[in-house]
Write a protein that binds this ligand. Sequence first.
Ligand SMILES: Cc1cc2nc3c(=O)[nH]c(=O)nc-3n(C[C@H](O)[C@H](O)[C@H](O)COP(=O)(O)OP(=O)(O)OC[C@H]3O[C@@H](n4cnc5c(N)ncnc54)[C@H](O)[C@@H]3O)c2cc1C
Length: 482
Amino acid sequence: MPRDFLQGAKDEYDVIVIGSGLAGLTAANILGRAGHSVLLLEQHYKLGGMATWFKRPGGHIFDVSLHGFPAGMIKSCRRYWTREIAESIVQLKNIRFDNPMFSLTTTYNREDFTQLLTERFGVPAENVKAFFDTARGMNFYDDQKTTTRELFDRFFPGREDVIRLLMEPITYANGSTLEDPAITYGIVFSNFMAKGVFTFEGGTDRLIQLMQEDLVSSGVDVRIRCDAEKILIRRGKVQGVEVNGRTIRARAVVSNANLMLTIFRLAGEEQFDRSFVDQAHEVRLNNSSTQVYMAMKPEEQIDESTGDLLFSSTAPVFRTDLLLSRDVTSRTFSFYYPRTRPQGRPRSLVVSSTNARYEDWAELSDEEYEASKRDLVETTLDAAEKYIPNFRERLAHAEAATPRTFKHYTQHAQGASFGTKFEGLGVSRALPEQVKGLYHAGSVGIIMSGWLGAINYGVIVANDVDAHLMKAPAPAVSAPEA
Ligand SMILES: Cc1cc2nc3c(=O)[nH]c(=O)nc-3n(C[C@H](O)[C@H](O)[C@H](O)COP(=O)(O)OP(=O)(O)OC[C@H]3O[C@@H](n4cnc5c(N)ncnc54)[C@H](O)[C@@H]3O)c2cc1C
């Protein structure tokens, strides 16, 4: 008989959270701490969503999306998770750029960037200051008409090299482009510039383990391998969720699944106003990624001067279409040294990430797909040889992930790495106006995605749900426990 992953689950909770990405986990934890009964459903066999890892024989553990986040994570993790989690966040100090326009190493904060821009790139100090002040003053409710390209042209006209320095990491970090609203760039860039780039010591597996322990102490009922099939809605109000053949009632549902999936598959478009559905159809998905995971032989180490993060490109200029092209010219290399995982076996790993379009991979036959993955691995190894001498000889393992891989593990439409484009935020926020008790917390656009954005969006939505639950009376008699 198949195992019942809902064994012992109640028939009714205050709130059901669908999905255990960082936004879903955080929302569930806050609501559990607030005293609500919370059921967390995850379709995969492990928690974390895109914040995930996998193991390979020989003691190699690969982090999928632990490449860097802003210092704001420390505060968010201290407030909404635990001190142990917050105190494991450490800075990555060697951020490198290597492209036909420039090669440099930076700590990636305002002070160092000001020095670089004025002394090395020769930009007048007042322009640099005005640019930083403008970016820092941006809010997500500001004007959305100005594009990032227009913002750059205002402060650094004709300076393609400066634009590349300022834009390339943010494009890698969240898929944003020169054509997106300037606020989406300004907010994320300023978050990083405040203190630099940070990582979690001990790896994603340790982070998610610590989060799981905290969820349990917050009283959250955590269930893996539970694929929510339907959000049940009656007369404009959430009733519960259908999952693994059971109906579980709830006064609120937070979906951490992809926004499009939430509206069109889990809820069903018949539940919403025509104009809302039209607006939802207009939301564009963010792009996806390819990655190559490489592990050195146990006795081989990488020299730490290689850097922590390396934005490498052979493209003569910085262009969005070049970044997304199957003909890869740009790669972000993350180097993981044994100190990254002090608890684990001493291993040196490299992960190369490149933005990618789902459609370039979706229709390939099995044979073409395998050949394309092999090609991706080979060309990436060639590119890495420039930074790690005799890399191939010192390598123990290499494999690739594609947009199809990300879709497979998270159910994100088109394997989107960062959910939707910016317009998804308005649609996500409007859900509870359409259906009482229905919320979405998860990657929408550039600000509310990435590790910090997802956690912070989980906090915002948890507060909304808490307010809703405090207003909506609990049913007089709750269902008996199963
Ligand atoms: C290759 C890559 C590199 C990245 N690098 C970075 C980085 O360096 N720094 C950074 O800050 N961010 C990075 N990100 C982005 C970051 O990982 C994500 O933005 C963030 O983790 C998304 O969190 P989320 O809460 O939106 O949920 P997701 O991680 O998208 O998770 C959603 C969850 O919902 C589950 N789910 C979906 N449907 C159902 C259902 N019907 N029933 C039950 N469960 C369901 C999924 O299985 C999944 O677990 C990267 C992403 C990728 C793909």
